[in-house]
Design a protein around this ligand. Structure first.
Ligand SMILES: *Cc1c(COP(=O)(O)O)cnc(C)c1O
Length: 339
């Protein structure tokens, strides 16, 4: 009785193969919760794809992909900082490529781990990490083994920015990009005098939404009336109806929401409408019963959630599977079915 991620393996893998075919120099990204699939599984799938290198987010994730069977090169995407003991230990690991984003850090690495394999990140319009382009033109690289220059573009990366930044470095080495469209990347690669690589996570693992879905199981159903108190917080049922208990709670990351970018009037209206619903104690849950998302009866518990279904029928019975809308990058299912 679990939260289950169902994968249509043939379809999922066909999509991965398509991305591999479209993106020459593909670097699969396997980080965090493994985009909902887990790092183990993504390590296995990357091995299946036959790529030579994958990327993880942080030093701790190197061991995780290796325990999933990965034995090729691993790029650590989050830039090295002094004081990170594990990332420092990995400088001596010949299968690990460390990202560096400050000139001082390049100097330090050259001193403590001469010959370490590094990629130097250049600051883009993201403004997260990276050396300034004009620093890249005079960076001293003696003492490190330069594997490339990283350019991490915003979600809608522009070819123009990638090309402009590619002029910055003085030393020739491959460019490691992300977030360009397939066509823009191809055109960058065709004109590039050096080899190019592209890191892809979301588009690779989550690009075909028909290839996977998440379900919960109905664990219990109770009839309640308007005067019934319920849950940890002993709130009253909003009307006569049913409490339906389903698998899936905070431990799985169900209903965890990150702030949504408020890009336009429509998005703002949705946010306001959701706020109004929450204020009335009727926050919509991600669980669909009878073809419709139902409100939470109270905030999700660790492994299950209590939903409210108004009316004369609970629509479901114990043991039924129901669809859950999840954000894959914050969800950890109990089991994966279909592989
Ligand atoms: C996470 C990450 C990626 C992959 O991002 P997706 O949007 O999941 O494809 C690429 N490059 C860097 C530096 C990252 O941190």
């Amino acid at each position: 009785m679990t939260l289950s991620l169902h994968i249509d393996a043939a379809r999922w893998r066909a999509h991965q193969e398509q991305v591999l075919h479209d993106v020459r120099g593909l670097v699969p990204v396997a980080k965090g919760n493994g985009y909902g699939f887990g790092l183990d599984l993504l390590a296995q799938e990357s091995s299946r794809l036959g790529v030579d290198v994958i990327a993880v987010g942080i030093a701790q994730e190197v061991a995780a992909v290796r325990s999933g069977g990965w034995d090729g090169d691993v790029v650590v995407l989050n830039p090295w900082r002094p004081g990170d003991a594990l990332a420092t230990a990995l400088l001596d690991d010949h299968r690990v490529i460390t990202t560096v984003s400050r000139a001082d850090d390049v100097d330090q690495i050259a001193e403590i781990a001469p010959g370490a394999r590094v990629i130097v990140e250049i600051l883009t319009s993201m403004r997260r990490h990276g050396i300034l382009p004009d620093e890249a033109s005079r960076l001293s690289l003696d003492g490190v083994n330069l594997e490339g220059w990283a350019i991490h573009l915003p979600a809608t990366g522009s070819l123009e920015e990638a090309l402009r930044l590619a002029h910055a470095p003085h030393a020739e080495a491959p460019f490691w990009l992300s977030h360009l469209s397939v066509d823009d990347y191809r055109s960058f690669a065709e004109d590039s005098p050096v080899p190019t690589r592209m890191r892809v996570g979301t588009r690779l693992w989550l690009g075909d939404k028909q290839a996977y879905r998440t379900t919960a199981t109905v664990l219990d159903v109770h009839r309640v009336s308007r005067v019934t108190s319920l849950g940890y917080h002993q709130s009253k049922a909003p009307s006569d109806g049913f409490i339906v208990v389903v698998s899936g709670g905070t431990a799985h990351g169900v209903a965890l929401a990150a702030p949504v970018p408020q890009r336009n009037a429509r998005q703002r209206l949705i946010t306001v409408a959701e706020g109004v619903l929450s204020a009335t104690g009727q926050a919509l849950s991600p669980f669909s019963l009878g073809g419709k998302k139902r409100p939470f009866a109270e905030p999700p518990h660790m492994h299950s959630s209590m939903l409210f279904v108004a009316g004369k029928s609970p629509l479901v019975k114990v043991g039924d599977e129901v669809d859950v809308t999840v954000r894959m990058t914050t969800t950890t299912p109990d089991e994966i079915v279909g592989l």
